[in-house]
Ligand binder design. Structure first.
Ligand code: TLP
Length: 348
């Protein structure tokens, strides 16, 4: 039985053409700055994001945490959305590694407002922790792959900058936001100071993310990456996958969005399920009956479909399904069919 893996867009495997590009990559020692393929990827990423420079990092988590470390001083507060990846799924590393304190803002569909930023930034009073950074997550994972409208990012950036506070964008899936809106990623950043985006999600690479910002920022980011043990040597093998993906896998992200919409539409009428139309490639299924997400996921697994329970608590009622390169229309239709069967099954 061929598995349909909808747990995440991180599960993609490199295509034969991507593997061929990796095998053919020119390499050198990147810690000496001598890996031409990595240089080419970093240049391309910086151009794509409208930034001066970029740094190849092993993961989105490392990219985000380096950004937090470079933008802040220990003791600072960081304004970020309450269910954001940096706060919820990065092991509390902002506190442990950078010594900063999260100041969560509750957003709607993962987006907070400029007003919330203005109200949360600490005044310059000697006994208050200074606000060191604002983080925006676009698309917002836990909210269901929702897109921050450009105007909202622009207003948040303006509010932060008016207080002298930089803005970092966790753009793990910013190219999905680009595909969904038709607005270039560099425009969606709306003057933010740094962005991290992932190659190993919808773009289908085996490893890697890019952290982009000013030349000065990337210079300090490179030092922090090395301090974390993230200096890599003949990493052009991986960078070649990134170059290949940026050339061949960006446009097709729109296909994943169509598949996500089809999945949501097919499931739409089912009793016991509530679904909002997905904006990008993440579909959140909310179970309205008495059944736990883990039970439904276990039943689906037995029938060859992998999906993840989402949200907080042991009796979670939400299931996340993510479309990607390795999921075609037929798989999505089969999934919808199996979910319908399982929700109608006795005991559900
Ligand atoms: N997200 C993963 C899991 O960690 C939840 C997933 O399957 O969606 N920012 C955002 C918005 C992310 O969704 C992720 C990964 C990261 C950062 C971290 O990237 P990695 O996994 O490369 O460290």
């Amino acid at each position: 039985m061929a598995l349909i893996d909808l747990r995440s867009d991180t599960v993609t495997r490199p295509t034969p053409a991507m593997r061929a590009a990796m095998a053919a990559a020119a390499v050198g020692d990147d810690v000496y700055g001598e890996d031409p393929t990595t240089r080419a990827l970093e240049d391309m990423a910086a151009r794509l994001m409208g930034m001066e420079a970029a740094l190849f990092v092993p993961s989105g988590t490392m990219g985000n945490q380096i950004a937090v470390a470079c933008h802040t001083n220990p003791g600072d507060e960081v304004l970020l959305e309450a269910s954001s990846h940096i706060l919820q799924v990065e092991l509390g590393m902002m506190a442990r590694f950078s010594g900063v304190m999260p100041h969560p803002l509750v957003g709607v569909d993962g987006a907070f407002t400029a007003r919330q930023v203005e109200e949360a930034v600490r005044p310059d009073v000697y006994y208050l922790a200074p606000t060191g950074l604002v983080c925006v997550e676009n698309t917002h994972n836990a909210a269901g792959g929702t897109v921050w409208p450009r105007a909202r990012v622009e207003a948040v950036v303006a509010a932060a900058h008016a207080c002298g506070v930089p803005v970092h964008v966790d753009g793990a899936r910013i190219l999905n936001a680009q595909a969904a809106t038709g607005v270039a990623a560099r425009e969606l950043l709306a003057g933010a100071d740094s962005v991290m985006f992932c190659l190993s999600k919808g773009l289908g690479c085996p490893v890697g993310s890019l952290l982009c910002g000013s030349r000065r920022f990337v210079k300090s980011a490179r030092r922090v990456r090395k301090a974390l043990g993230g200096g890599m040597r003949q990493v052009g093998i991986l960078a070649a996958a990134g170059l290949y993906a940026l050339e061949h896998h960006v446009e097709r992200l729109a296909d994943d969005h169509v598949n996500a919409r089809v999945l949501a539409e097919e499931l739409g009428g089912l009793a016991g399920l509530r679904i909002s139309p997905p904006q990008t490639n993440i579909v959140l299924l909310e179970l309205t009956g008495d059944v736990a997400a883990a039970d439904v996921c276990a039943r689906l697994r037995a029938r060859g479909v992998l999906a993840s329970p989402a949200g907080a608590g042991a009796d979670r009622r939400r299931i996340r399904m993510v479309t990607h390169l390795d999921v075609d229309r037929a798989s999505v239709l089969r999934t919808a069919d199996l979910v319908a069967q399982e929700l109608r099954a006795p005991g559900v």
